[in-house]
Each structure stands twice: as C-alpha cells, then as structure tokens.
Ligand binder design. Structure first.
Ligand code: GLN
Length: 317
C-alpha cells in the first residue's frame, strides 16, 4: 500500500470504527493463500489457515471487533510481552543485566549472535531473550507457568487464559532449536536454573490460549499509562514507556523496520498468527490470522494493521 500520507497521530473517531473494521475485514480476506501456517509446532500445523479476527479497545473501554475475534489460539511469542512485564515486576531493572534492548536483525530463533555476544541476547522478544526471561520467572516462582497464567488472566480479566498442554507438549517434543539456545545460555552462564525446567516454563507460556478480545484487554495498560481496568490484586504499575519502545524496535523480529514503516505502532507478533499493537493514549488492537510470511508474522494481520492506521490516521508518527 502507498503509505506516504500526511496527518497521522489523529484522535480516533470511534463512530466510524465499525465501518472501518468491516472494510478492513472485507479487504484483507482477499489475501488468503499468500502465507503459510507455522509447521514446526505440530498443533499449529493443524489450524485452519483461512481465519481472520480483529479487536480494538479504546482507553475509554469501548470495544469493537470483526471476524473470528472470539476464537482462541495459542499466543506463542505474544506471550513474551507478558513475560517481560512479569519479570520487570519481579526483579525490576535487573532484567537488563542479562538481556539487551536492541533489535537483532536475525530470525527469532537464531543462535548466531548469542555466542559472539557473550550469551547476552539482544532483546527479550527473540527466543534467546525470552528464555532468559523464563529463567528469571522460573527461579522466582514455585509454579512458574501458573504464575504467568495468573498474571495474564489478571490483566485480561479472563480466567480461561490457560496453558494448552497439548500445544506445549508438541513444541517440547520438536523444540530442538530452543533447546540448543537454552543449553548455550547455560554454558555461557546466563541461565541460572535447570535447562529443562526453564524450557518447560517457556513452552508453556507460548501455549497460553487467548483470543483477540483478551489481547486488547490484557494490553490496555500499555495504552493507558500503565493502568488496567481488569487488573486485580497487588501489582506494580506496568512500565508502558519502556515496553512500548521495545515493541517498536524489536516486536516483529527481523521484519520490525518494515512494520514500523507501514503501520507505525509498537506491536508484538507470534507464530500462531496473532499480533497485538498499541496506540499510546488511544487504543490497543489485536489481529489473528494464521498464515505467516517468511519472517513468521501474520500476512493478513500486518495488512489489517497497516490499513487501520491509514484509514484512521492513528499511527504514532
Ligand atoms: N514457541 C515459539 C518458538 O519458540 C514461539 C516463536 C514465535 O512465536 N515467533 O519457536
């Protein structure tokens, strides 16, 4: 699409949103067949590829959605966002002693930089960084996966946001690259717990099930100065400025530059085809469509978000 349009960063006109979302839905479904579902995780291979859902929640609590926004999927790498929030809540800035804050420019599960950079992953959103984050959570929790589940459920207000153990077991059985990453981290002194225990926590967090509506609720704090309508219990405020900037720089792996250019919102994607994005001070939006491009990001999802920020002129730039 031609994105060279002026006047972004406009207030969102909620009256037109239902028709904008309907138009996006109608336009993106013509793109089915241009990507492929992730096939290296057994459960993802079996998902019907021709599905699309989109949800948007304003900071005032108005919600809009189209398509399969209520269909559950395993959130995969979108979980890295919540795991980072939780790790920051647990150890604060000590996270940054063990993980960087730079884009990697490499595939999300690459091992290449890890060895040459002394076992410090470039950022918490590539697999190596996320496995270190899992290690932080696992070494500070009695039942790590339950702690992440409870944290996510407290943000989304949906107690059904739980681990799909079949998805987690399937990934464990085929997760040779992640196992290699965890072993390399261990050998280089940046994994403090047991390798298998850490990986179990990582695979389980990736297998947490949510839908598009859960995602826009759970990320509300990132658009709303750290505050969340649904969050219950004792929690530190979410570091929205920090997390949004990391998403903008690192949220879509080695395709993040193109995404920032085309969409202009901080976002986090996952190989199940979900993407959640934040317009700070305005709204959160999520899309889900399982067909992926070469980088592991949803084809229809990226296009839908690009159309949204063009039609509503709400990119942050
Ligand atoms: N569980 C997946 C993996 O580790 C998550 C990757 C992703 O969503 N990009 O490979």
């Amino acid at each position: 699409m031609n994105n060279c349009l002026p006047h972004n960063n406009q207030p969102l006109d909620t009256e037109t949103l239902p028709s904008v979302l309907a138009r996006i839905h109608e336009e993106v479904v013509t793109e089915y067949g241009k990507g492929k579902v992730a096939d290296y995780i057994p459960a993802l291979q079996q998902v019907d590829p021709k599905q699309f859902g989109m949800a948007l929640r304003t900071v005032d609590g108005e919600e809009f959605y189209v398509g399969q926004a209520e269909t559950n999927f395993s959130i995969q790498s979108v979980s890295k966002l919540f795991a980072l929030m939780l790790a920051l809540e647990i150890v604060g800035d000590d996270v940054w002693r063990r993980v960087g804050r730079e884009p990697s420019g490499m595939r999300f599960n690459s091992l290449l930089l890890l060895e040459s950079e002394g076992g410090i992953p470039r950022n918490p959103f590539i697999n190596a960084g996320a496995i270190v984050i899992s290690d932080i959570i696992a070494t500070h929790s009695s039942i790590p996966s339950k702690r992440i589940e409870d944290f996510i459920a407290s943000l989304s207000g949906n107690k059904n946001n739980r681990v799909d153990s079949k998805v987690a077991a399937g990934e464990k059985a085929t997760g040779f690259l992640n196992t290699a990453i965890a072993n390399l981290l261990k050998a280089m002194g940046n994994l403090h717990g047991d390798v298998d225990h850490t990986l179990e926590c990582y695979f389980k967090q990736c297998a947490i099930t949510m839908n598009c509506i859960d995602l826009v609720r759970a990320t509300e704090c990132l658009a709303n100065r750290g505050n969340s309508t649904f969050q219950t219990g004792e929690h530190k405020p979410v570091a929205d400025k920090r997390i949004n900037s990391l998403m903008l720089m690192c949220g879509l792996y080695d395709a993040v530059g193109n995404f920032a250019y085309n969409v202009g919102l901080p976002a986090k994607s996952g190989v199940s085809g979900g993407i959640v994005a934040v317009a700070p001070g305005q709204y959160t939006v999520s899309v889900w469509s399982p067909e992926l491009d070469h980088y592991g990001n949803s084809v229809l999802g990226q296009l839908a978000l690009e159309k949204l920020t063009i039609y509503t002129k709400t990119s942050i730039f």
